[in-house]
Write a protein that binds this ligand. Structure first.
Ligand SMILES: [Zn+2]
Length: 184
């Protein structure tokens, strides 16, 4: 038996939307109750708690387990306080009515935060949030989101040739002091 919420519903996030082992780091934009229609049984509707995200990702129907995890992560059961919170989604095999099914679960840890903008580090193109964090720590000495990593790369490109052409900054005070000494 498969609960209809576990079925592939293209309107909402499900395990079908994940590559094997993939995690999605997302920021909650809003949480509210919505009437959800099961595509397999269009007559059947159910009132569900649904989370929408700031990133271009489908909304997620929140079951009790995931609501409890968000409550732990945010420290509040008040869904009005949840927008802005970062969560990490993954797919787990869970026992549902005596059968193992794949379900989207929220990991009980907070996502990595960007050192420059304070936003959460999400996946970008084919790189996971963990890979981006790892890469930026090696490359820039601090963990960055994809947007700030792009800015850091641009700043580096701008600075490198400029530094090579212009006089090193530490030489300037010397010359000024020398000029002042000559005038004195
Ligand atoms: Zn950032």
């Amino acid at each position: 038996m498969t609960h209809w919420k576990k079925l592939t519903n293209p309107t909402y996030l499900g395990s079908y939307a994940f590559q094997p082992g993939e995690e999605k780091a997302l920021t909650i934009a809003s949480v509210g109750q919505e009437m959800v229609t099961n595509p397999a049984e269009p007559d059947k509707k159910e009132n569900c708690i649904v989370a929408h995200f700031q990133q271009p990702e489908k909304p997620l129907i929140l079951n009790k387990t995931n609501c409890k995890t968000i409550e732990k992560l945010t420290g509040t059961p008040d869904i009005e306080q949840w927008p802005g919170a970062g969560i990490i989604l993954c797919v787990q095999r869970v026992n549902a009515f005596g059968e193992l099914v794949e379900a989207v679960r929220i990991r009980p840890v907070k996502p990595y935060i960007c050192s420059d903008c304070g936003g959460i580090i999400t996946g970008y193109k084919d790189r996971s949030h963990a890979e981006i964090r790892e890469h930026t720590r090696k490359e820039y000495g601090r963990q960055l989101c994809a947007v700030c990593a792009t800015k850091a790369a641009e700043a580096r490109r701008r600075n490198e040739p400029a530094e090579a052409q212009s006089e090193p900054a530490e030489m300037r005070p010397h010359r000024r002091r020398r000029t002042a000494a000559a005038e004195a």
